[in-house]
Design a protein. Structure first.
Length: 492
């Protein structure tokens, strides 16, 4: 993945700073609770939601198991419809392809539809190095870009900003990027939206090149789909003469019939709408309608490596609805920046370490950025068992082992700082496989319970610093069971 977030501290340190920001926590609490309540109401309207969820899971799993076939079918379909397909193994290759395509048009400006894939590869920064200015047109992405900020939410990138902060950003920064904000701009939503509309309209009418991602790609027809709520995407997809779409290879679905499932589950899970106000679909190019040239850049960037992991590959089912973020107690308090990735929250905690690896301190810490409460799994519209993958990745961090990197088998060394944890787990494994030693240890712990400290010493301090040590009972359960004949004799 891109180096945009290189230098971020590990999640525990970043989160510690975030939870002390009362304004941030207030913004996040208000926004996530509002979205969460609306989503629950929208989902409750659908009597067969569980069936749709299972259908989405099955479609995604089937597609991932036959990804090579469907990608080749997609390429043939896009090419037959007049488009051009490019393959990018990593972020650098994708950025080079896009920069070259823009240069071939002779343009130095592009307008962009909100795209997680282009954020993932750091496309805006790469284009700027080539003298090309990329303008975000999604309202929240515009706020982030004008504020020289980073996105903190998959669906609402500026969720960490309140209206007053947005007004101040518009007043101070809009003039440097184009049309300035109106004089005496207030923080009312209508005025802020109008200021953004006027600022962006001149860019839409001037731009010759548009860049997008896609929510879905239909293999049988070569159709790409973007769903949005503002209409900026429709402008970017239809007005420019050249359209370049950068899409992760996992966004593919086999048929139009499969797409129907996700067009029901995605809007309800993300924006809590029955359907998105703007659902744009395009297939190649058409004379006198839309862009004259269409390029599709299919992005791997760690996805085939993730696909090789039988447990972790389910993260590739993700349809970027952000429902898991809105119910996560950790995200609500820490915010998105603490995750050091464009993919924050529970899905980011399992996706980023797989796409980027667990070599860095931040990526090694992400699988621990969870309480394992399971709320994320309950709301996921494609049934990704995020807690299962989190535990799987924690084991990888602590124990190391064989993984696939850039298509090759490599052996990871255990991460630093987990020696005490590994020793404790090995000691526990030995004790549980030696009943006599376990029984003796339990009895000794019960008889000395009054001498036990309230916190653990040494490396255990980090664990007990935020948790109460459980009280040791007067007698082990095993002894109680034998003494009472399984509770039949009563207790004293």
């Amino acid at each position: 993945m891109s180096g945009t977030f290189v230098g971020m501290p590990a999640f525990p340190r970043a989160a510690h700073e975030a939870v002390n920001d009362t304004t941030l926590r207030g913004n996040l609490r208000h926004a996530t609770h509002t979205i969460r309540a609306k989503r629950a109401k929208a989902v409750a309207e659908v009597s067969d939601w569980a069936d749709l969820r299972e259908a989405g899971r099955r479609i995604k799993d089937h597609t991932l198991h036959h990804l090579d076939h469907y990608l080749e079918q997609l390429e043939a379909s896009v090419t037959a419809a007049g488009g051009t397909v490019h393959w990018a193994a990593d972020a650098d290759e994708a950025n080079r392809i896009v920069a070259q395509l823009v240069k071939e048009t002779g343009e130095s400006e592009v307008v962009k539809v909100k795209s997680m894939a282009t954020q993932e590869i750091g496309l805006n920064e790469a284009l700027l190095e080539e003298g090309i200015h990329a303008y975000e047109t999604d309202l929240a992405e515009l706020i982030v870009q004008l504020g020289k900020d980073r996105p903190s939410h998959i669906l609402v990138p500026a969720i960490h900003r309140n209206r007053s902060e947005i007004r101040d950003i518009f007043r101070s920064e809009m003039s440097a990027w184009g049309r300035p904000a109106p004089e005496n701009l207030t923080d009312t939503p209508a005025e802020l939206a109008e200021a953004a509309r006027l600022h962006l309209r001149e860019k839409f009418l001037r731009a010759k090149v548009g860049i997008s991602g896609a929510n879905f790609m239909v293999a049988e027809t070569g159709t790409l789909v973007v769903v949005e709520s503002e209409g900026n995407g429709r402008m970017c997809l239809t007005l420019p003469e050249t359209l370049i779409s950068v899409v992760g290879i996992e966004k593919i679905v086999p048929t139009w019939r499969d797409l129907e499932v996700f067009l029901q589950t995605l809007p309800r899970s993300s924006t809590a709408e029955r359907m998105n106000p703007y659902t744009s679909m395009w297939t190649g190019t058409t004379d006198e309608d839309g862009p004259k040239a269409f390029h599709l850049v299919l992005l791997d960037n760690g996805r085939t490596d993730t696909l090789a992991d039988e447990v972790g590959r389910q993260a590739l089912r993700c349809i970027r609805c952000s429902a898991c973020l809105n119910v996560c107690p950790v995200y609500e308090r820490a915010g998105g920046h603490a995750y050091g990735s464009v993919y924050p929250g529970p899905i980011g905690a399992i996706l980023s370490p797989q796409l980027r690896g667990t070599d860095s301190e931040i990526d090694a810490s992400l699988p621990y950025a969870s309480s394992l409460c399971g709320a994320c799994y309950e709301v996921c519209p494609v049934a990704i068992d995020i807690p299962e993958v989190l535990v799987h990745l924690r084991e990888r961090v602590v124990e190391g082992g064989q993984v696939i990197r850039q298509g090759n088998k490599v052996v990871l060394q255990p991460a630093k700082g987990h020696a005490a944890e590994r020793a404790a787990m090995r000691a526990a494994r030995w004790a549980f496989t030696h009943p006599g030693a376990l029984r003796t240890g339990q009895r000794l712990a019960s008889r000395t319970r009054h001498l036990h400290p309230r916190t653990l010493p040494g490396p255990g301090k980090a664990w007990s610093g935020t948790r109460d040590l459980p009280a040791v009972p007067k007698e082990p359960f095993r002894d109680w069971w034998q003494r009472t004949d399984g509770g039949k004799k009563g207790t004293k």
